[in-house]
Design a protein around this ligand. Sequence first.
Ligand SMILES: [Mn+2]
Length: 329
Amino acid sequence: MIPEEILQTFREKTHFVVATHMHPDGDALGSLLGLIEILKQMDKKVFGLVEEPVPDFYRFFPQSAQLNTSRADLHDFLRAGGSDAAAVALDCGEIERLGSLQVALAAIKPLVVIDHHQTHQNYGDYRWIEPASSSTGEMIYEVCEALGQTPTLRCAFDLYVAIVSDTGSFRYECTGARTLEIAARLVGAGVNPQEVASHLYDNYKVARLKLMEMVLGTLRLHEENSIAFIHVTREMFAKSGALAEDAEGFIDYPRALAGVKVSAFLKEMPDDTISVSLRAKGACDVSEVAKRFGGGGHRNAAGCRFNGIGLEDVHNRLHRAISSALQGG
Ligand SMILES: [Mn+2]
């Protein structure tokens, strides 16, 4: 159920600053752009705030160029909005994941938080957290309906991309009857599923394939092939010419191995940290593993970050934590 304060905020306020987590994925951008479209349809003024310009891969969203990084523009927007302004944070379980936007957003009252992450920090003034929901895109569809709006084709496209992204094309456990019902309505509104699939899956650069070759070569299996690790180094990025965003989805390959229960992808980032993606098939809750290292996420998909230690150490620490999680410890 959507808290009434949230619907009331959308009805009554006139100026909205809408944002999502750093390094946004398809659900983050799709729900962000979809909500912007809904609010504009209601004659609201909307500022789509992002930390960095939208990555090339996601420029297929028609309105992606309208998202704004400028703090000066934000300042003017908020001044015009005065006490009729509100902020919305989407798909973001922890305020830190808003990156450099967190200060700006926390300063706006009220801050509405809409998210489906299981591990959730208390931030914001009005919160709607639905861990059973497949995606923030699905939740934004519910908001659209609750506000009595019919999604435009553009909005339907954005929300459909969001849902397809976070359900792995309707394959993950989070895909429910309601997810498919909403997807059907979005297709009914004119979205072409084949076009979306081709944006998401037939749109890669050669550098990505070169990087993938190197990364798949790092595969390590443990505990009778039930735990799989892959990693990427800064050197691999440099050699292949690929960017961090090009490694998106690599975790699906070790995850897809028969018998693998948990897979981990360790990424050496330009800022010297190591970012980790975790995936589980079956009963293991990887959000609990991620939490032990200061991260979080969903039962089947989570992440965390390490600072000041090398790949091998991160590998060993995670290996121990995952082993004990698999043994129910
Ligand atoms: Mn999401």
